[in-house]
Design a protein around this ligand. Structure first.
Ligand SMILES: Nc1ncnc2c1ncn2[C@@H]1O[C@H](COP(=O)(O)OP(=O)(O)OP(=O)(O)O)[C@@H](O)[C@H]1O
Length: 451
């Protein structure tokens, strides 16, 4: 479900970057580039109207990125084939592709995701540029890796490492398939927190501005990586704030002070982090217009319930079926409460968020239930072969196989029972056992989530 996104203002900047050979003399350009190259290139260095930068200068400053031609991208995505379509966001459609090892000598064979700017959409050149400038320089295990970009005429494309498990939104809110286990949720939110912390701790802090479940991508081990830097901006530290007349972000995640006044700080990201934390705890979406009154907005509705242990239990995601650490849930709820404070100064920094989250992963008071795949925690020592085999298997297939085995087991038991009943007919009647079937589970879910 795509949430309403406010992101139209930057479209005005389409083509505001100077074309290839700017009117500035080569000496002036060279010295400006050198001056900037010692530090991180800021978005304003590139996008301000007086900037000496041209698009071709980007490839000098961001030398690790590959500049792809349209022809190469057609090859990579099999002509943007429908079979390779992964989805679509505010920027435009995204396709899976594969880079063969003979494409370029410096580029290894690998699967990729290619984002194509929709020229009729709400985003434009500035979002593309922000993505290139930020992800071209900021490298961290919890940020998605940008491999390269492309610009030809009005066309703007981005090429990323492929994230096989898609995004968190899909895993958390899908109607079918197993629920995301507690420890996997923790691992994901900790990874995302580390990514956000890295951005905030840059010498010039980066305000991400679009922290939400659909922007948290997952690799095969459920390591979280932030993507979608189209709305990111270089900001001052927590003490100072940007004031913008153009409020951009996604409904349900944006901090109240930012919506009301346009004041933007790293603490606005912390608020959005609190919303995602709530989504992980409750299994509810940040905004659900099918609900009534206050319940439509998750943060508004849930925050007052977080401090009361009994109420917290009542709003925990039912799909977890009680398999979570109660102490951990309480700690996370208290953390979400602080992140969602209406006063930005009362919110914790992302480094303090990480310090709160890490010990929660160690809590062992999780009731043992049926087998669930729990993604290994980063750095955990485990048998490489088993890990590799699990990676190579499609998890949905594993679950399907488990279900078949489960069903076969049930049929076997029912047969045995029937035989026994037949044998003991004179002694007692067979009792119909209530099986909590998947259909029943989905129906319950549907009525609670989507009514
Ligand atoms: N690197 C990637 N690897 C695999 N899938 C990806 C990758 N990047 C994006 N996708 C998928 O492509 C789809 C569109 O993603 P995109 O980031 O453009 O939009 P969004 O975050 O869903 O929405 P919005 O733009 O409104 O924030 C999503 O299903 C996402 O999971």
């Amino acid at each position: 479900m795509a949430l309403k996104k406010w992101a139209t203002c930057r479209k005005y900047f389409l083509n505001c970057i100077k074309p290839k050979n700017t009117i500035l003399g080569p000496k002036v350009r060279a010295s400006s580039l050198k001056q900037i190259s010692s530090q991180r290139l800021l978005l304003s260095d590139v996008s301000d109207p007086g900037s000496p930068f041209s698009l071709s200068d980007l490839s000098i400053s961001l030398a690790d990125l590959h500049v792809f031609t349209r022809k190469e991208l057609i090859l990579i995505t099999k002509n943007f084939s429908k079979c390779n379509y992964l989805g679509e966001g505010g920027f435009g459609p995204v396709y899976k592709g594969f880079i063969e090892d003979n494409l370029r000598p410096t580029l290894k064979a690998q699967p990729v995701a290619v984002k194509v700017l929709d020229l009729d959409g709400t985003q434009g050149h500035m979002e593309w540029l922000a993505e290139v400038v930020f992800l071209g320089q900021l490298k961290h295990p919890n940020l998605v890796n940008l491999i390269g970009y492309s610009y030809e005429g009005q066309d703007r494309l981005l090429v990323y490492e492929y994230m096989p498990e898609g995004n968190l939104e899909h895993h958390l809110f899908r109607r079918h398939g197993a629920a995301l286990p507690w420890l996997t949720r923790l691992k994901i939110i900790l990874g995302a927190a580390k990514g956000l912390c890295f951005l905030h701790e840059e010498a010039t802090p980066v305000i991400y501005r679009d922290f939400k479940t659909s922007n948290i991508l997952l690799d095969l081990d459920y390591n979280a990586k932030l993507s979608d830097f189209g709305l990111a901006t270089d900001g001052p530290d927590e003490e100072k704030s940007h004031v913008t007349t153009c409020v951009m972000g996604t409904e349900g995640y944006a901090a109240p002070e930012y919506i009301k006044t346009g004041h933007l700080t790293t603490m606005s990201d912390v608020f959005s982090f609190g919303v995602v934390l709530l989504e992980l705890l409750t299994g509810r979406r940040s905004v659900d217009n099918r609900r009534h009154g206050r319940e439509k907005n998750l943060a508004e509705w849930a925050r007052p319930l977080l401090k009361d242990h009994r109420k917290l239990e009542g709003i925990m995601d039912r799909r977890l079926e009680g398999q979570y650490s109660i102490e951990g849930a309480r700690k996370l709820a208290a953390l979400a409460y602080r992140c969602l404070s209406s006063n930005p100064k009362s919110r914790p920094t992302m480094s303090s968020v990480i310090k709160t989250l890490e010990p929660v992963l160690e809590l062992k008071d999780i009731p043992v239930g049926p087998f669930v795949y729990i993604a290994p925690v980063q750095g955990e020592n485990e048998c490489d072969n088993v890990k590799k085999n699990i990676k190579e298997l499609d998890l949905d297939e594993v679950r399907a196989e488990e279900k078949i085995e489960e069903k076969e087991e049930k049929i076997k038991k029912v047969r045995q029972r029937h035989q026994k009943v037949r044998r003991n007919r004179h002694r007692r009647k067979a009792i119909g056992r209530a099986i909590h079937s998947d259909t029943e589970l989905y129906r319950t879910l549907k009525s609670s989530l989507y009514s």
